[in-house]
Design a protein around this ligand. Structure first.
Ligand code: ZN
Length: 283
């Protein structure tokens, strides 16, 4: 699909990747990652090849514990010119942490990502959208104090986020400065916002519907922000035993996910969230 004919040429969209293993699924308790097969490196290599072919730079939200276990993967991603941001250390939900524990997760992750890449992360995404103004109002001040410029953890989806939340990025005014909040793409519908920007929704809903949503957001002057996990681009990968619904959300309908991604990259312009924020701040 071509770009929207009236789209502002300066507008960009963003592809974000939550860098974690196939077994880092929220709610799947008691998983012993040490004994499970690791698929991250090969999945990341396949993804990096597709991004290189499309000349697209993406934002990778990396789990600190995974960076410690597989430092070469992080170096490879950064070496190809992509943005490295933080997904926390242990994949704990932010609303399950105390403010001190959250700060500790941020610092441990920033320290290791800084050592590996030479840059401390400027962006954060909480595991499973578990950060919000209602449940963790303190988290935004901590992010700002720790040197973050943006957060991408508030989703305008029912059940897992705020169904009345904004679909376009906004500035959160805090006592000591401002932080950009960048929500993922969703498609409004009569039953509420649909999760077309990533996860099972990106793999399930028709591509023309997803593409129309990007065009619509771009016409409002806002980016379409996509989020994927490496396991979603691994159709033959293993699955954790979970309820049918949870298994579908984590692993279902993966067969054409990579083809969908290629179509998206060919049809629209993409940049990193970090560059997008820089552009907004200098406007
Ligand atoms: Zn995650």
């Amino acid at each position: 699909m071509n770009r929207a004919p009236n789209a502002d040429e300066r507008l960009f969209n963003a592809l974000t990747i939550d860098v974690e293993e196939w077994f880092h699924v929220c709610g799947a308790a008691g998983i012993d990652g040490l004994t499970l097969e690791r698929r991250l490196r090969r999945n990341i290599e396949r993804l990096l090849a597709v991004l290189d072919a499309g000349q697209v730079k993406a934002t990778f939200f990396v789990l600190g514990s995974l960076a410690a276990a597989e430092p070469e993967v992080v170096k490879e991603i950064a070496g190809r010119g992509h943005e490295i941001a933080s997904h926390g250390y242990s994949h704990a939900l932010v609303h399950s942490l105390t403010p001190d524990a959250f700060r500790d997760e941020l610092r441990r992750t920033a320290d290791i990502l800084g050592q590996l890449t030479g840059c401390r992360p400027r962006g954060f995404r909480a595991p499973q959208w578990s950060l919000s103004r209602d449940r963790t109002p303190w988290a935004f001040d901590i992010l700002l104090a720790e040197g973050y410029h943006y957060d991408s953890s508030c989703t305008p989806l029912p059940f897992i986020g705020n169904k009345h939340g904004q679909r376009i990025p906004w500035r959160i005014e805090l006592d000591h400065g401002t932080l950009w909040e960048i929500p993922p793409l969703v498609t409004p519908s009569w039953i509420g916002n649909l999760p077309t920007g990533g996860g099972w929704g990106f793999r399930f809903f028709p591509m023309p519907m997803i593409e129309r949503t990007i065009v619509n957001l771009n016409s409002l002057g806002a980016p379409g922000v996509f989020f994927l996990h490496p396991r979603e681009l691994d159709p033959d990968g293993p699955r954790l035993k979970m309820s049918r619904f949870r298994e579908f959300v984590a692993y279902g309908s993966r067969k054409d996910a990579m083809e969908r991604l290629k179509r998206l990259l060919a049809g629209f312009r993409f940049t990193t969230l970090g560059k997008m924020v820089q552009q907004w701040e200098s406007a």
